[in-house]
Write a protein that binds this ligand. Structure first.
Ligand code: KG4
Ligand code: ZN
Length: 347
């Protein structure tokens, strides 16, 4: 069966055509350049841009998959979490198409998409990966930092999450404080490669907390204070070391909670997903942790699957369709900007 999936939750207009876990086509129109000057994503601007690009993305995805709308068996769409005005565009379009072609509409949570991104395959079915449950997934994106235990297909338990900023957001804010644009994660990563992470002392967030939650506002404040103690010249001379120190504190806190979660839960697999999962140093450390606990460690197999994309939404759509989780009345679907993982899990 072929699914046409849409994600407009943030600043990428993405449409994909999937068949089970295979990605037949995935189109992404990124708005990064547009939002760069605001140092973050500007919601009304995002909506306008999604509206301009959505039909183009749909047609391009179908063309790449060499099919047309009549070949589609179901539509899948991200209903949340995300920016309300942005989500609205994708949800509206998916409703429209599902009604027009009389095909089921599958609601997918954006985080669910990230969770399944580690299991996506290219159009030739590569890489071949089996689901070995239970899976412990660390979701690190610009909007979310969560530890999720995936007990079986579509069966999740949220173990912990950020109480304030997400890890990606913290990296974005640190980059902004250093005078760089959005997204900051890759910029910090690049500068950090040449830096000394021990040069500046920053606190490890939630070091002494006994739960699996994260927090990055304290780290941000400490970083701000550190910068205020430096002259502009010193700041510029130490960009690499400052980046390395900040990145190290973020990574340390992620590993701390990941390890704590491993001690408390029986799992067979670790997955690292979301935009920040592209970070090489973080990957390296998570791989080492997997070795220590003799667990397989999986990352999204292709680069575009780390950051936002509709392919991962289509993959979830397949498993939901199998369990008959779709809407009888597509018109009833509404965007849910603050959706939780269990919003549409009908058991
Ligand atoms: O998953 P994503 O594309 O969007 C959300 O759903 O939020 O994640 C975007 C986040 C941004 O904060 C960006 O700075 C971060 O992922 N990011 C990185 C890297 N690439 C993207 N962070 C660290 N290292 C990277 N290489
Ligand atoms: Zn995302």
């Amino acid at each position: 069966m072929k699914i046409l999936a849409i994600d407009t939750s943030c600043d990428e207009t993405s449409v994909a055509v999937t068949q089970a876990r295979r990605i037949l086509a995935n189109v992404i129109f990124s708005q990064v350049k547009l939002h760069k000057k605001y140092g973050g994503v500007y919601p009304t601007l995002a909506k306008r841009e999604h509206k301009t690009k959505i039909n183009l993305a749909l047609n391009l995805a179908l063309k790449k998959a060499k099919i047309d709308f009549t070949d589609i068996d179901a539509f899948a769409v991200t209903f949340g979490p995300g920016l309300a005005p942005a989500l609205e565009v994708g949800v509206q379009k998916a409703k429209e198409l599902s009604q027009k072609y009389h095909k089921p509409l599958i609601p997918v949570d954006h985080i669910e998409g990230h969770l399944y991104s580690a299991y996506a395959e290219n159009k030739n079915g590569k890489p071949t990966r089996d689901f070995e449950f239970p899976i412990l997934s660390l979701v690190v994106s610009g909007g979310h930092t969560q530890l999720v235990l995936i007990k079986n297909h579509l069966n999740y338990q949220l173990l912990g999450q950020s109480l304030d900023d997400a890890a990606g957001e913290a990296l974005d804010k640190a980059a902004r404080l250093l005078g760089f644009g959005y997204p900051g994660g890759p910029i910090i990563e690049k500068l950090a490669e040449k830096g000394n992470a021990k040069k500046f002392v920053l606190p490890t967030p939630m070091l002494h907390s006994h739960n699996l939650d994260f927090s990055y506002s304290g780290l941000k404040t400490a970083f701000k204070r550190l910068l205020s103690e430096l002259s502009e010249k010193e700041k510029l001379q130490n960009l690499n070391d400052l980046s390395a120190s900040f990145q190290a504190a973020v990574i340390k806190s992620l590993l701390l909670k990941l390890q704590q979660a491993l001690k408390q839960n029986f799992v067979k697999t670790i997955t690292l997903v979301g935009g920040v999962a592209a970070n090489k140093l973080l990957r390296q450390h998570v791989r080492m942790l997997g070795k220590k606990y003799k667990l397989s460690v999986l990352f999204p197999p292709y680069k575009y699957l780390n950051t936002d994309n509709a392919a991962m939404i289509g993959v979830v759509g397949y498993y939901k369709f199998q369990q008959k989780i779709y809407l009888d009345n597509p018109a009833a679907l509404e965007r849910i900007p603050r959706a939780n993982l269990d919003t549409y899990v009908i058991k």
